[in-house]
Design a protein around this ligand. Structure first.
Ligand SMILES: N[C@H](CCC[C@H](N)C(=O)O)C(=O)O
Length: 283
């Protein structure tokens, strides 16, 4: 299987160009195999770049545990970069079909290669049943903002947002390993999140700057999470902690987020890097 390794702020995936190469017969099993950082290629998951009837390409994303996710914020920047750099769609603005709808991406290229991309992530989903979570705000239809979540004998105030995939955002004084690797997986698999959930631990630097560590549904801690950073931007505004435009420092790089008041859309700007290509021998 021909693949290309790419990352957005360190959130790295194995990409398969299904315009020009064979599509894995069992992408879930392939995602598990190639993601293994010792016996495989090493990645946070697998992303298929597929032809689309309604957009310039379709992104299909699988976590390292083989589960398919609706959307990948860092991944969609890399998909847009790939189709531009490899002359599949040489336009400065492209549309990518995802499980969270068809998204528009503006590309910043240098010498014919994309370095940065700005993604219109669309509108956040705040209705608890649609996130989904059984937690509820102070009224059935109100957003889940700073709602207490008791877990492992501790209580965390959580804010839940979906960007097509579910996120549980927790503002903390220090995003320690105990929180990320101890509490993260407990929340990921808690029954109050029927589809499981991605968990973001956020340190507030200022009303316009945060630091994020992420425990991802199906992949564990990642160096960055674009949909997570978008959910954090929304959670910061809803909880009165941040402005609508923030700089988010993640372990693997920096993303700029803005939740635009007029359109209600979240915009995310960040890097996209192609590292190497190769051929994977399916077992
Ligand atoms: N790393 C991705 C998020 C993957 C989310 C996935 N772990 C899920 O199951 O929702 C991002 O940059 O948005």
């Amino acid at each position: 299987m021909k693949f290309t390794k790419m990352h957005g702020a360190g959130n790295d995936y194995v990409y398969v160009d299904c315009f020009n190469h064979d599509t894995p017969a069992d992408p879930a099993a392939t995602a598990i195999a190639v993601s293994d950082r010792h016996k495989g290629i090493g990645a946070d998951g697998l992303i298929l770049i597929r032809p689309s009837e309604v957009a310039d390409a379709r992104m299909q994303m699988f976590n390292a545990d083989g589960s398919e996710a609706e959307m990948c914020g860092n991944g969609v920047r890399c998909v847009a970069k790939y189709i531009y750099d490899h002359d599949i769609c040489k336009q400065d603005s492209v549309k990518i079909e995802t499980g969270a709808g068809t998204l528009s991406i503006d590309l910043v290229a240098n010498d014919g290669k994309v370095e940065q991309a700005k993604v219109d992530m669309g509108e956040p989903i705040l209705i608890a049943d649609l996130i989904p979570t059984t937690l509820s705000g102070d009224a059935k239809m109100s957003p889940v903002v700073d709602v207490p979540l008791d877990i492992d004998g501790q209580t965390f105030d959580v804010t839940c947002v979906s960007m097509g995939n579910p996120h549980c955002v927790i503002f903390v004084d220090k995003a320690t390993d105990e929180l990320v690797h101890g509490i993260g997986p407990l929340i990921e698999n808690d029954p109050r999140f029927p589809a499981r959930v991605n968990v973001e631990f956020i340190e507030l630097v200022s009303p316009s700057e945060v630091r994020q560590r992420t425990w991802e549904r199906g992949s564990g801690e990642t160096m960055a999470c674009g949909t997570g950073a978008s959910a954090v931007c929304v959670a910061g505004v809803l909880s009165g902690r941040t402005e609508r435009k923030i700089t988010n420092h993640l372990l693997g790089g920096t993303l700029i987020l803005e939740w635009d008041e007029t359109t209600n859309h979240v915009f995310k700007t960040g890097p996209a890097v192609e590292v190497f290509s190769g051929c994977w021998q399916e077992a």
